[in-house]
Design a protein. Structure first.
Length: 370
């Protein structure tokens, strides 16, 4: 497929999948939901050399059976165990499994947060988040699992939260940083207080975060599994990867913050637990993104909260009493996602998922080759 054909292919697959998610939720049917999950799973699993890190993952998976876990991790700079485990299987399975886990856990997260618009949420996931997950595969899975884990915090099911964070860390060690949400939730959200005190505490959190980043990079070099991230603040790293400080697309973070302010009365005051938690994470996401302009790749931590933007924009639909206004708000959400996909992913090449190629094309090339 060429780029134009690939664009329509993505829209067709993701559109059908989102419609089936909607039907599954509206009619309380399991079969449409299962098919909805399988469609992007096949899109991600059948791809070949699609995604910025595809070739890198493929090469690591192919050498994994030749070494033990410790040797593999050491050879590739502290690579997480999940990649080595999948390396014991045919390498193609990794891309099917990671695509499936990414879609599945985002779906479970929105469902656990009680979203009334699962189909729309998943459409936005597939147009905004999934293209990046096809490139940075491990973190994409980790982000999805962590989002599902976050949904247990307002329910105060901390064992489930902790187990899921540890599971996510098998794919990307940065997931361990998400344990910070537990103390933040208790300090800022859990205690029923006035909105003024809540906002003051949120401001203090941001100030403390700025200090923590400076001190944190001095500390994590002594922490197993996280030490490799200490190089993010070194001059050599900044010189080598400085271009990433300007390549991160900050529009979702800005849109999230603007949205949560505009609909503060409905999203936060009307839902003290989920709403305030959502507000806190969106502010945190914006703050971490801004830090990323000084510390290359640090903004990747902000990606763990991007699904809250989707949760916020779909929750804002219910702020309107009449059906026409709700449809307009849903249309705005869809238009934003389509524009993001076309401008950021298709035109700018973010994630490098164009053109779409399949494993069948690889097989055909192999047969032709002498």
């Amino acid at each position: 497929m060429n780029n134009i054909e690939s664009l329509f292919f993505y829209f067709l697959c993701f559109g059908i999948s989102a419609a089936l998610f909607h039907i599954g939720q509206k009619r309380k049917l399991r079969t449409p939901t299962v098919i909805a999950i399988l469609i992007p799973t096949l899109v991600g699993g059948l791809r070949y050399r699609v995604g910025v890190d595809y070739v890198s993952y493929m090469s690591k998976l192919m050498v994994a059976p030749e070494s033990g876990l410790a040797e593999f991790s050491s050879k590739f700079g502290g690579m997480e165990p999940a990649l080595w485990l999948f390396g014991q299987l045919p390498w193609q399975i990794f891309f099917f499994a990671t695509s499936f886990l990414t879609i599945l856990f985002f779906y479970l997260g929105f469902k656990n947060f009680g979203s009334k618009h699962i189909g729309l949420c998943m459409l936005l996931v597939m147009l905004v988040i999934f293209p990046q997950a096809l490139g940075g595969v491990r973190q994409g899975v980790s982000m999805a699992i962590c989002f599902y884990a976050f949904s247990f915090i307002p329910k105060r099911r901390y064992i489930a939260f902790s187990a899921l964070i540890l599971f996510a860390a098998l794919f990307h060690y940065s997931a361990l940083v998400m344990f910070m949400l537990l103390p933040l939730y208790h300090l800022i959200v859990a205690k029923p207080e006035t909105d003024k005190k809540f906002l003051v505490k949120t401001g203090i959190m941001i100030a403390a975060l700025a200090v923590a980043v400076v001190v944190g990079f001095q500390v994590i070099e002594h922490i197993p599994f996280l030490s490799k991230y200490a190089i993010y603040s070194t001059d050599a790293f900044v010189e080598q990867y400085g271009q990433y400080t300007s390549s991160h697309n900050i529009l979702p973070e800005i849109a999230s913050f603007a949205l949560i302010i505009m609909f503060y009365g409905h999203l936060v005051r009307g839902n003290k637990s989920n709403g305030r938690f959502m507000f806190m994470t969106i502010v945190l996401m914006l703050a971490v993104t801004l830090i990323g302009f000084k510390v290359p790749l640090a903004s990747r931590l902000a990606d763990y909260f991007i699904a809250f933007f989707i949760l916020a924009i779909t929750s804002a639909i219910d702020a309107f009493g009449d059906r026409e206004s709700r449809n307009v708000m849903a249309g705005i959400a869809i238009a934003y996602a389509v524009l993001f996909f076309v401008a950021g992913v298709y035109i700018n090449g973010s994630g490098e998922i164009f053109p779409y190629r399949t494993l069948f094309e690889m097989s055909a090339i192999c047969k032709i080759s002498p």
